[in-house]
Design a protein. Structure first.
Length: 185
């Protein structure tokens, strides 16, 4: 896979699946925006590993449950890279709680990080991609639980089901601008 000269934001790339995606993209030549919710040892370690694969990587921390932090994330990307060619919405959170005990704050946090943040990141990225006229790619990392709900995770399953539908809407509306939108379950 040749990603030479591509600029890619991978949300939640300080660990897990996101870090693996970011490392592979860097190996393939991409300039990767390494992201985590805070600038801590985990993010710094991921950045060190990814920038050793491609020294053009940059590191940006942003709490994705906050719309203003997402706007700031994209301002930093614009200032440092001039935009992105691809967005991988990977960041997500979950916690278990039976429906009868599920706190509104827990529901709201899951929806903010797992559904609203991918929407806002996609919107920021797509606006820039459309303005540049170069097309682009948006990939949403979903979950089997979008289709196969699990007990005590109604809020997580619902957020991932919503992410699947958001992906379809992005593809429907952004395709005419040369922007592909896909999800990976």
């Amino acid at each position: 896979m040749n990603l030479q000269d591509k600029r890619i934001l991978v949300t939640g790339s300080s660990r897990g699946i996101g870090r693996a995606i970011a490392e592979e993209a860097a190996r393939c030549g991409a300039t990767v925006v390494v992201h985590g919710p805070e600038d801590n040892e985990e993010l710094q370690g991921a950045f060190a590993a990814i920038s050793s694969l491609n020294p053009t990587a940059i590191k940006v921390s942003a709490e994705l449950s906050e719309p203003d932090a997402i706007a700031h994330l994209f301002q930093q990307i614009e200032a440092n890279l001039g935009g992105i060619d691809a967005l991988v919405n990977n960041a997500a959170t979950q916690n278990g709680s039976p429906i009868l005990e599920l706190a509104t704050d827990d529901w709201d946090r899951i929806m903010a990080v797992n559904l609203r943040a991918p929407f806002l990141c996609a919107q920021h990225a797509a606006r820039d991609m459309v303005a540049r006229g170069a097309g682009g790619t948006i990939v949403n990392i979903s979950s089997v639980h979008a289709y196969d709900p699990r007990r005590d995770y109604a809020h997580y399953s619902t957020s991932k089901g919503g992410l699947e539908q958001l992906t379809r809407c992005l593809a429907l509306e952004l395709g005419e601008y040369g922007i592909r939108a896909n999800s990976i379950v």
